[in-house]
Structures are given as structure tokens and as C-alpha cells.
Design a protein around this ligand. Structure first.
Ligand SMILES: [Zn+2]
Length: 532
């Protein structure tokens, strides 16, 4: 009787719960500050209604929403942020210390994903790869843990976003080649584009959508809380009206954004993502939000408009995933690579806030003058690559000077300039001689002993290194480092959480869900309360 009893016992066991998500979808909205998911909430679709899944409100109301999430590094730039999201690491460890950086060995500036040993597949742009990313991603670890069977796919207009979210072992990593209007990849990943990408390129959709006009989605009165950028105050249009004359105009419009979402849906279908019990990872960066934010500023009607478009596009994507894979089988993570500072002239002139633009060339001039005066004429500055200043080590050695003393002299010269909050020297960082403040921690995290410069420049809150009429990001301060972290779906405990958390915490959280080791440079922790 015993064998039969055991058999009955086994038969009566319920089917085991699936223990991993079928798909992890990571969405990084480029330049999407932490206030945006609530600031524009009145314009968003409901979380769920009549069988349709919402966009942002589906995530914030049905997911785990961390509304005090930050970057803990500088510079707060696109390459640096995307190298953080799926590694759980910091720039000093990832090796991605800027969108580009000065390389002392070659005397040249390096773009974060450039790779002269690779070739571009499908387009004419410069060759790219993750060669400069020194650590693994969640995707890399998942590939190793599944004998390569997990699929890892990444999509963005921007090469650096697509590549740095994906990592090294990914199956398909595509980005947009402005010259040909094609999706392209690198021979680092594949020698050929998959058929679904070639098919899509053959349709020549981007050029076919030129000469349309980006007009507001909502009635004019809905833009009352937005403010026209200073350089557009005299324009006659009621809100805005942007003809799409170039491919650049198109990527800086909802038409470009929709193209990315359509590509994501095709990728899910044609790559067969989320179809079997081996989890897959799909990373997506929405670069249009950044292009628009740079051009018009965070308070503009354009940023409100693209955010509402993004809400509708997210809703459409989530509904698509619910029907094909099931949202209950999918874990969604949404975050951003950095925030943004309001347009300087708007702050200074319209609101009388202390705000100013800083010219990078002023820094070099100040250091050269101070060191000439103190040590005699010389070629003192090799490169200024904010936040790094590289002193000319040959000049320091030829004059038999103490590098620490020269760093201090150069630092004092920069510190005296308007708009500079603090200066930290290489020796200070190496010896741990820094104030115990959050901004000093961000400096240390951004520092790589082999790659970084001799002086680290911290500009004051409200200042921006950049001329021209738009705005940007990069600083150590709240507006640049504050981003949303929202997780939803498989394995996630819903709730609004106010604990301070960091973007480094996303990768270890996803790793725990996927039952894999966190990436090699991880310094984050599992988001408190995120997992069931
Ligand atoms: Zn960015």
C-alpha cells in the first residue's frame, strides 16, 4: 500500500507556482525627473478601466512606487545612468565615468560606447560596443545562469542607452542611425540584423513621416500650468506647433516615440520574448523625452505633451503584453537615467532665482593663469572634461613640483570662480579626506583612479555648464539626480514607498526575482519591501 499512498500524495500536490517572471521589461525614460509621474497625473489614463491597462497610473497605483529615488553619482549623464540601471554599480566601477571622457594615455576624448574594433551593421554611423563597460549587467548574469537560453534584447534611439542597458552577452541590441534612418547594431553582438529589423528598415517609416506637424494632444487650456520657454515667448501660436522637417525633428516628437514603441512590440513578437519558462529581459530607453526636455525645458508645454503621449503609449504596450505574455508573468521596472534643470533664463528672469550658465573655457583660463603666476609659465591644463580637469603631468614633473600642491593651487583658482560650489582633488579622494556629505559620496562614486582627472569640479545648485538656449543635466543636485523607481507585476509587492532609495538598487532587486547573482559591480541593495 505504501507506494500507492506516496503516489496519491504526489498527485494531490498543486502545480508549483512559476518561480520566475517570463519577461523582465525595463523602461528607462530619458531625462524623466522624479516629479513627472505625479506632476502630470491629472492627464494620465486610469490604472485600469474596461479591460484596458493604463500607463503611468497602472504602474504607480498597481506597482511598488518609490517616490524618493536618486542617483548617487556625478556626472548625471545618459551613458553614466544607463550603465548604473542594470549593473547596480557606480561610475568608478563601471568605467562609464561620463558620456565621454579624456583619455590621458592617448590624449584623445573617448565616447562611452565607441569601439574601433567593431563595425556598424545596417548603417553608416561610427562603430559601437559595450567594450568600455567593465562590469556585468542583469542580462549578462541571466545569460550565464541559463546556458545562454534566456533572451536579452535592448532598444533605444541612443547607442549608449541601448548598449549599456543590455551589456555584453545580449542577443539583439539595436539603436537608431540618423544618417540612414535605420535601426542598426554592432558586429560585437551580431554580424547581421535579424529579419524583423531588416523588414522594419525596408519600410522607411521615419522619412515617410516627415513634413507632418507636432501639435498639442490636449485642448489648449490643459497647458495652463506649463510655461513657454523664454526664447518662444513672442511666438504667435496658442501653445506650440512644430513642423517635422528633419529626422532630428521627428525623433524629438511623439512620432519618433511611437516608432520606438512599435519597434518594441515587434521585437516581443518576433524574438518570442516571454514565451517559455526561461526568463527573458527586454530593456527599452525612450530618448525622445530627453531630446524634447533639452530643447524646451522641464516646465514647457512640450514636456507635458510628450509625457501624456508616453502615458498612452505605455498603456498600449502594457495591454499588448497582457494579451500576449500576461502582465502577471511579467515584471516591469520603470526609471530614468537622470533629471534636468529648468532653463537658466526662466529661473533667473521670470522667478528671480539665483541661476547662471558657466562657461567651461573660464575654468581652463583660471587654472592656467593661477599656475603661471605661482610656478612660472607652462602648459598646465591637458583637458577640461566636466566634472574632471586633467592637469599636465609632464609640466608638473618638469618643474619638479609636488602634484598635490599643484592640485591644491589649481583647485583654489577654480573655487574662486562664480558658480563653483566646491572643488575636490585626486589626492583628497584617494586619501578619503572628504566631508561626510551626500554630494561628496557622489564624487567618490564617480571617481575611477585610472581614468579620472586631477580635479573634480562641483558647480553650485542653479548653475549649468552649457551655453545656447535650451537646458540639460549633469550636476550633483536634486533636479538632476531625482528619478522615479517603479516596479510592477510578477513578484512585486505593490505600495507607495517613501524610503530613500537609489537607482543602484534596481539591479539587485531584479536579480533576486530572476534567482541569479547580482551583477559583478553591484553595490546596491534589494529595494525595501519590493518583493513578495
Ligand atoms: Zn539621458
Amino acid at each position: 500500500m505504501l507506494p500507492l499512498a506516496i503516489g496519491a500524495l504526489i498527485l494531490s500536490q498543486p502545480a508549483p507556482e512559476p518561480h520566475r517572471p517570463k519577461l523582465v521589461l525595463v523602461i528607462s525614460i530619458d531625462q524623466f525627473r522624479g516629479d513627472y509621474p505625479v506632476r502630470f497625473v491629472e492627464h494620465f489614463l486610469p490604472a485600469q478601466s474596461e479591460g484596458k491597462i493604463g500607463g503611468f497610473r497602472y504602474l504607480t497605483e498597481r506597482g511598488a512606487y518609490y517616490d524618493d529615488a536618486h542617483y548617487n553619482h556625478i556626472p548625471t549623464e545618459t551613458g553614466v545612468g544607463h550603465a548604473t540601471i542594470m549593473t547596480g554599480s557606480v561610475p568608478g566601477l563601471t568605467g562609464i565615468i561620463g558620456n565621454d571622457w579624456y583619455d590621458r594615455k592617448t590624449g584623445k576624448t573617448v565616447y562611452c560606447v565607441q569601439d574601433s574594433y567593431a563595425s556598424t551593421v545596417g548603417g553608416t554611423s561610427k562603430p559601437m560596443s559595450p567594450k568600455n563597460l567593465l562590469v556585468t549587467t542583469v542580462g549578462d548574469e541571466l545569460k550565464m545562469a541559463t546556458n545562454g537560453r534566456a533572451k536579452v534584447v535592448s532598444i533605444s534611439f541612443k547607442d549608449r542607452a541601448s548598449i549599456l542597458l543590455a551589456g555584453h552577452a545580449a542577443d539583439q541590441v539595436i539603436w537608431f542611425d540618423g544618417g540612414t534612418s535605420n535601426w542598426v547594431t554592432s558586429t560585437f553582438y551580431n554580424s547581421r540584423l535579424p529579419a524583423w529589423v531588416t523588414d522594419l528598415n525596408a519600410k522607411k517609416r521615419p522619412p515617410s513621416e516627415l513634413n507632418q506637424v507636432w501639435n498639442p494632444l490636449l485642448p489648449a487650456a490643459e497647458y495652463d500650468l506649463a510655461r513657454k520657454p523664454p526664447f518662444q515667448k513672442d511666438s504667435p501660436e496658442p501653445v506650440f506647433s512644430h513642423p517635422l522637417k528633419t529626422i532630428g525633428d521627428w525623433t524629438t516628437s511623439p512620432f519618433g516615440q511611437k516608432f520606438v514603441f512599435d519597434t518594441v512590440k515587434i521585437a516581443i513578437e518576433r524574438e518570442g520574448l516571454g514565451r517559455d519558462e526561461v526568463p527573458d529581459v527586454l530593456t527599452v530607453n525612450l530618448a525622445t523625452n530627453d531630446y524634447i526636455g533639452h530643447a524646451y525645458g522641464p516646465n514647457s508645454p512640450e514636456v507635458l505633451d510628450i509625457t501624456v503621449h508616453t502615458d498612452r503609449l505605455l498603456s498600449d504596450l502594457f495591454t499588448f503584453i497582457d494579451r500576449s505574455i500576461g502582465l502577471q508573468n511579467t515584471t516591469i521596472a520603470l526609471t530614468a537615467d537622470h533629471g534636468v534643470i529648468p532653463i537658466i533664463e526662466e529661473m533667473a528672469n521670470d522667478y528671480k532665482i539665483n541661476a547662471a550658465r558657466i562657461k567651461t573655457s573660464d575654468l581652463k583660463g583660471a587654472v592656467e593663469a593661477a599656475l603661471d603666476a605661482k610656478y612660472g609659465a607652462g602648459d598646465w591644463v591637458q583637458a577640461v572634461d566636466i566634472p574632471n580637469i586633467f592637469l599636465n603631468q609632464a609640466t608638473v614633473a618638469a618643474k619638479r613640483l609636488d602634484p598635490e600642491e599643484v592640485e591644491n593651487s589649481a583647485g583654489r583658482a577654480i573655487q574662486s570662480l562664480p558658480g563653483i560650489f566646491a572643488v575636490v582633488t585626486r589626492t583628497q579622494i584617494a586619501s578619503g579626506n572628504l566631508p561626510r556629505t551626500p554630494w561628496a559620496q557622489r564624487v567618490t562614486n564617480g571617481f575611477n583612479p585610472q581614468m579620472s582627472g586631477d580635479i573634480f569640479v562641483i558647480n553650485s545648485p542653479g548653475t549649468y555648464f552649457g551655453t545656447g538656449r535650451g537646458t540639460g543635466h549633469g550636476s550633483a543636485w536634486e533636479y538632476d539626480g531625482y528619478v522615479p523607481i517603479i516596479l510592477a507585476g510578477f513578484g512585486i509587492q505593490p505600495g507607495l514607498r517613501h524610503e530613500q532609495v537609489f537607482v543602484n538598487d534596481i539591479a539587485p532587486t531584479l536579480s533576486r526575482l530572476l534567482k541569479i547573482v547580482a551583477p559583478s559591480g553591484n553595490v546596491g541593495r534589494v529595494l525595501p519591501g519590493a518583493l513578495k
